[in-house]
Structure formats: C-alpha cells, structure tokens
Ligand binder design. Structure first.
Ligand SMILES: C[S@@+](CC[C@H](N)C(=O)[O-])C[C@H]1O[C@@H](n2cnc3c(N)ncnc32)[C@H](O)[C@@H]1O
Length: 268
C-alpha cells in the first residue's frame, strides 16, 4: 500500500505501517535532540510521578527507539518493551546490545499484548496510547497483563489542549503569549504530517515529514476509559515548564499557558 496519499488510517495494520515508515527518521531526529518536549519536560515529569520500580517486572508499551524504556530500566526495573514497528525495535535493541540494561524487546501490538494475564507488576506507556486505533482496547490489554495491585502509568497528548486546531502565538522575540484553540474536528485516524522543529535543520530536512494518524478523544473519555478497565486512578499530572526551564528551553514555554501532555497513573 502506498504511504503518503492517504488522508486517514484506521486499520491497525495500516497504522503500524505508517509508524514503521516514521521509525528511522524519528530515531535519528529524536536522538539528535529534536524531541524537545519529551527530553526537557514530559519524560522528567513522567519519571517524577512514577512509583518505585526497582526489582519489579515491567512492560513498556510503544517503546519506540527505547530512550524512555532505558530511563525506566535505569531505575532498577526488569523490563520488556514492545512496539509495532520493527525499525524502532532494531534501533532500541542495538542500543541495548551496546550498553545492556537487561531489556528484552518484542514486536507486537498494544491492541493484543502477547503476554498472559497478570504477569507484570507494572506497565508504562510513553506517548503511545493516543496513537492506536482503539485506545479503549489498548487500555483493557494493559490492565489485563497487570497483577492485582500492579500499576499502569501512561502519557498522551493532552486531550483538552492539543486538538488539530492548537496554534502557539509567539511575539517577535519568539515568546509564547497565547494558545489559540480552534474547532477542528478530524475524522478518526486523520493523518497529521509534521517534523520535530527542534532537530538540526540539515538533519531534519533530510527526511520526509512524519505521518501520524490521530485518534483524538476527550479528557472525560480517557478518565471514563481508565475507569472502564477496572483500574483505579491514583494520580494525574499535566507537565508545565517551570520558569527556569521555560527560560532555558523557550520552545516548551507554551506549556505554561496550556499543557501539551497528560500523564495518568492507575492501579489494578
Ligand atoms: C510518539 S511515539 C513514542 C515512542 C516512545 N515511547 C517515546 O516516548 O519516545 C509512539 C510509539 O507508539 C508505537 N505504536 C503505535 N501504534 C502501536 C501499537 N498498536 N502497538 C504498539 N506500539 C505502537 C509507534 O511505533 C511509536 O514507537
């Protein structure tokens, strides 16, 4: 199937192909520092919220090129990591081989986790569950593989402030002074094309834009979906750049006006 012409992708296999097509560029650009929000805001907030994981058996769902997986493993967890895109897994496994943290990588889908019920103490998922065609099924799968008392912590694009109509308004110095939110209702699976603006331009321009199908849901939808799995919401976080981070990394300063990410922690 050609990649590039479609306006929407709702079939899980089609979505997986798009992620595979993104993987090489995503890996190169994020490892070159292009994923500014991840590195300077979202992952630090995620790790601050994460309960102790030392000695626990965990699964990272939608691990991508594995930087975040490795950060959790560095806290002492015994990790498996799963992704739908082979090129992401290859990049993550190569890093693991060069500098082992005991992570085992598996190809599979969040919609049908290849593990028995109750076999993990915890699961993490960094910025993946809003990317799957049936997020309620992915939540149910994550809940299924947890033991009683286990936890799921996941981050997603903030459902209230990151619709397709979000635009950051900046003054002539680049200072973000407002967020514009317009009505822009997209069909499920609408493919958004974009680049990491923070990557070095020469490297960024060497690759075509990412193609990311969107499966937007409301905040209430996510809270109800977590409750629907039988998990109990234990904590929530909307990472906001502190003044020092906003001054040092002006790109992320817009989160002081309206957050870009939501992190939820839920227990079985
Ligand atoms: C925005 S990236 C985040 C990657 C990584 N967790 C990080 O924080 O850098 C989303 C990831 O979800 C993966 N993904 C998308 N659909 C998936 C699915 N159905 N099952 C597992 N992984 C999936 C993609 O291949 C990609 O690696």
């Amino acid at each position: 199937m050609p990649l590039g012409g479609e306006a929407v992708a709702t079939d899980p296999a089609q979505v997986a192909r798009l992620w595979e097509a993104n993987a090489v560029a995503w890996t190169a650009l994020s490892r070159a520092g292009g994923d500014i929000y991840r590195d300077h805001l979202n992952t630090p907030a995620f790790l601050r919220l994460l309960p102790p994981v030392a000695g626990l058996r965990g699964l990272d769902i939608g691990c991508g090129e594995g930087t975040n997986t490795r950060a959790v493993a560095a806290l002492g967890a015994r990790l498996m990591a799963l992704d739908v895109a082979p090129s992401f897994l290859a990049a993550a496994a190569a890093t693991e081989a060069a500098d082992p943290r005991g992570i085992r990588f598996v190809r599979g889908s969040a919609l049908s986790l290849p593990f028995p019920d109750g076999c993990f103490d915890f699961a993490t998922s960094f910025m993946c569950l809003m990317d799957v065609p049936r997020p309620e099924q992915a939540l149910a799968e994550a809940a299924r593989i947890l033991r009683p008392g286990g936890f799921l912590q996941f981050s997603i694009l903030h459902p209230s402030f990151t619709g397709a109509g979000r635009r950051v308004l900046r003054d002539e110095t680049g200072h973000a002074y407002a967020i514009e939110l317009r009505e822009a209702s997209l069909p499920d699976g609408a493919i958004e094309r974009w680049r990491f603006s923070g990557a070095p331009a020469a490297l960024r321009d060497a690759y075509p834009p990412f193609q990311v199908p969107r499966f937007d849901r409301s905040l209430a939808w996510w809270l109800n979906a977590v409750a629907g799995t039988g998990l109990r919401l234990a904590a929530a976080e909307e990472p906001v750049a502190d003044p020092e981070t906003a001054a040092r990394v002006p790109t992320v300063a817009d989160t002081r006006i309206a957050p870009l990410f939501l992190i939820l922690l839920a227990r079985k």
